[in-house]
Design a protein around this ligand. Structure first.
Ligand code: SAH
Length: 390
């Protein structure tokens, strides 16, 4: 790895997305490792920090907001941190380069197709956002055009023109978001080209990804994270496994190949549908997915005294809920593998679990988001009634 930081970005100061760009990559890794170690030191040790070999253009999900600048020119890019001001981005150090090129082509095509960008203040105009997802292994590409109203004029010709420049696009979806909200995607969807989803492969499994399903933005590092999580789980083939907050079922499916039975639980309906399709595609007959709040689901499992040996939990940034953690302690799985994208809520949840009988045995940090201050952590907890504090 080069010692000098050779990475630069023209919109670094304006955008605010890369908080650590002024640090050499190795220094970023040391900084992050230090932060995690400090936060978790009263619970256990962080054994390693897994970094990227080529830490650029890792985002395989790229989102661009469309609008106009003060002179009336069409711009696309990102919101300046904490504002609704658009910073025009032509290329970004973090984003997949093909995705950026597609967004630039869309920007160019808008003029010839006389498509107006949406104006947040007045509610007039059509194109609000563009979302591009690129498959890491498959190279399949999904483009989602988010519109402020349902009718897109000459949509078929638009797709043709777009695919003429980027024949690698495998599907195009129109998503309608008529609400004045900061949510990117609305409820209505219309597939205007291809199957309406893409597939990707990680750890030997195939996953279906729809516009709204959660799928890791840095799949290469997600694979490293899952490998570490599997190592920590040490599954032998006889275990019943729970994959909580499972998204499209990625972790559960990787575990299913090695366990007796896997149960996945996830709140997002579309992600659950994708998980079920994925399990069929991977010919896994020992995995079931449920759409539910993970806390409520766990409470029911604890009430009916189900036996679970290993729990993988991968909650959103806000961490897990007290309901979930209380039921987890009642179920007492031998091992809990906690994957977290926010070490602060991880520390809070570890505090709860370690007071109720779990011990953190080891942990690793994975640099899923180079140049930003985001840190991903995986820790292994084991049931040890000796550590129960009254
Ligand atoms: N394990 C998956 C997804 C992790 S992201 C992966 O590695 O790809 C966190 C997931 O938790 C998201 O899919 C989100 O929809 C889901 N989620 C958020 N709150 C939840 C809740 N209360 N109950 C169940 N799932 C929830």
């Amino acid at each position: 790895m080069s010692q000098k930081n050779t990475f630069a970005c023209p919109v670094y100061k304006k955008c605010g997305g890369c908080q650590l760009l002024n640090m050499e990559y190795q220094a970023q890794l040391n900084f992050k490792r230090g932060q995690v170690a400090k936060l978790l030191k009263s619970y256990g040790k962080i054994e390693e920090m897994i970094g990227m070999e080529q830490p650029a253009h890792y985002r395989h999900k790229v989102h661009a907001v469309f609008g106009r600048d003060k002179k009336g020119n069409i711009v696309s890019g990102i919101y300046k941190e904490g504002t609704h001001q658009i910073v025009s981005v032509e290329e970004c150090l973090l984003e997949n380069e093909k995705a950026d090129a597609i967004i630039q082509t869309i920007r160019k095509l808008l003029k010839s197709f006389k498509i107006k960008t949406y104006d947040e203040d007045t509610g007039y105009g059509l194109l609000r956002h563009v979302l591009v997802r690129v498959g890491y292994q498959t190279g399949q590409i999904m483009v989602v055009l988010v519109l402020g109203s349902p009718i897109m004029p000459s949509k078929n010709n638009f797709v043709k023109a777009l695919r003429r420049e980027h024949p690698e696009i495998t599907t195009v979806v129109v998503n309608v978001n008529e609400k004045r909200t900061s949510m990117v995607l609305g409820d209505k969807e219309q597939v205007i080209y291809g199957p309406g989803y893409i597939e990707d492969e990680l750890c030997g499994m195939t996953f279906k990804i729809s516009p709204k399903s959660f799928y890791q933005v840095n799949p290469g590092m997600a694979q490293k994270l899952y490998e570490k999580a599997m190592k920590y789980a040490g599954i032998s083939g006889r275990e019943t496994v729970l994959d909580a907050y499972c998204g499209t079922g990625t972790i559960g499916m990787v575990a299913a190949a090695k366990s007796k039975k896997v149960i996945g639980v996830e709140l997002n309906k579309d992600a659950v549908k994708d998980a079920i399709t994925g399990a069929k595609k991977n010919k896994l007959s020992n995995i079931r997915f449920y759409q539910a709040d993970a806390g409520e689901f766990m409470e029911k499992m604890a009430e009916s005294k189900e036996k679970v040996d290993v729990v993988f939990m991968d909650p959103p940034r806000s961490g897990s809920s007290e309901k979930f953690l209380t039921s987890l302690v009642k179920l007492k799985p031998e091992k809990v593998i906690y994957i977290s994208c926010n070490p602060e809520t991880l520390a809070r949840d570890l505090d709860f679990l370690c007071k109720k009988g779990y011990q953190m045995k080891k942990g690793a940090a994975v640099d899923m988001f180079p140049f930003t201050d985001e840190i991903e952590v995986v820790v292994q907890l084991r049931w040890s009634c000796k550590s129960v504090k009254k």
